[in-house]
Design a protein. Structure first.
Length: 408
């Protein structure tokens, strides 16, 4: 299916009236569905709202909020909007958005009962806090922060916040129902109950509700456990601090040399029942957690796409001894990698750090993802190739990890 959209573009690089071809559904909710679309080499996401009064409100809310919040690297980019255009045989209101990659919800599926690395948690926490600090300074409450609304950008190498359909300006709350069960702050829970009963209430939901949600997300990333039932339990309501302590103390994986108590204390400061005492996003960014240099685990480099591919088990030390053999094998690798997209640069260090590893910089993350999928497990000189992604920022700085942590 295709759609020609007379989009009100915010970005002059995008063409008005372009023909967009739907390539697949990325997800569906009660009020909207999201599709991957393409127009020539350009890729984007379309959020298509169901056409009714309630969803018109969601479309208008999200488009207005995103227009006000554009320009921050940790918030999804809105390319434009269009209304009442035939799409998938439905006339509806649509947002044309930046196409992002894996969500924290997807990542959690890979860490059940194990949790993620401190590098991954720190990276996500900092990026989301930067987004929250910005939107809170602008006077907005996100009001629906949860794992599926935090997505990784392969091109920008950061996590971004999406889905502003329930957002509102602080002090001007006119929504009946906010946040998702399991990530809902206590004051939001009370607000929702009273609103459903039709009872007027002076319960105010502030930016503090977003910090509560993030605290739960980070605790799930650390523990690898969905906490919906735990947070609703009487034990949590009686003493959540003790339960958090138990989660950190009882993990099978012990970070003996890493001060995880900084993460524990940060999470506790987000999960205080009294919103007035809860930390703010700006204050949370000052946590000692963010001054610690963590290295990614090899699983992190497999799960988070970037434009840089790292190949292991490709070049033996013997090839590094002879300049002629070195150039031959490098050229062979380059030719193979160019089958999947434009290669901007290729590096094979002869000395540590990174000795014998192959680093391939592609023109975009999409080509790099294809290469990673196609080269993983391939045989090269009698050995199985291991293909991971690699942080572009580290590659550009010449910071090549000699070893990567392989245990959690």
């Amino acid at each position: 299916p295709t759609v020609t959209a007379a989009v009100a573009f915010k970005n002059s690089n995008w063409r008005r009236g372009a023909m967009w071809r739907a390539q697949g559904c990325l997800g569906k909710g009660s009020s909207a569905a999201v599709y991957r679309v393409a127009s020539g080499p350009a890729r984007a996401a379309v959020k298509q709202f169901v056409l009714d009064t309630k969803c018109d409100y969601g479309f208008l809310t999200e488009s207005q909020v995103l227009e006000d919040l554009q320009g921050h690297r940790n918030i999804v980019t809105l390319y434009g909007t269009y209304s009442h255009v035939p799409f998938m045989n439905v006339r509806s209101n649509c947002l044309l958005l930046e196409l992002l990659d894996v969500s924290v919800s997807d990542l959690l599926l890979h860490s059940i009962n194990r949790g993620h690395s401190m590098w991954m948690i720190q990276h996500c926490a900092r990026d989301v806090l930067e987004a929250l600090a910005f939107i809170h300074r602008e006077g907005y409450v996100h009001a629906d922060l949860k794992p599926c609304n935090v997505l990784w950008s392969a091109e920008d190498e950061c996590f971004k916040l999406i889905d502003f359909g329930l957002s509102f300006q602080e002090g001007n709350q006119d929504v009946k129902y906010i946040q998702t069960d399991g990530y809902r702050a206590p004051e939001a829970e009370l607000h929702n109950i009273l609103a459903q009963m039709g009872v007027e209430s002076n319960v105010e939901c502030t930016t503090a509700v977003d910090l509560w949600s993030l605290g739960i997300v980070l605790l799930e990333m650390f523990s690898g456990i969905k906490l919906k039932e735990t947070v609703k339990s009487p034990q949590w309501k009686a003493n959540s601090s003790t339960i958090i302590d138990c989660i950190f103390a009882s993990k099978d994986v012990v970070y003996s040399a890493i001060p995880v108590y900084h993460l524990r204390d940060l999470i506790k400061s987000m999960l205080l029942d009294d919103p007035a005492h809860r930390t703010t996003a700006e204050h949370a960014l000052c946590s000692p957690l963010f001054s610690i240099p963590f290295a990614p685990h090899i699983e992190d480099l497999v799960l988070l796409p970037t434009p840089v591919l790292r190949l292991l088990n490709v070049i033996d030390d013997s090839y590094l001894q002879s300049e002629e053999e070195y150039e031959d094998v490098v050229e062979d690798v380059r030719e193979e990698c160019q089958k999947f997209g434009r290669v901007l640069s290729l590096l094979v260090p002869k000395e540590n750090p990174g000795k014998g590893q192959v680093f391939v910089e592609y023109g975009n993350a999409i080509d790099c993802k294809v290469a990673q999928q196609m080269l993983t497990g391939r045989m090269f000189d009698g050995k199985f190739v291991v293909a991971t992604f690699y942080p572009l920022s580290a590659y550009k700085r010449g910071y090549l990890y000699h070893t990567v942590v392989t245990d959690n």
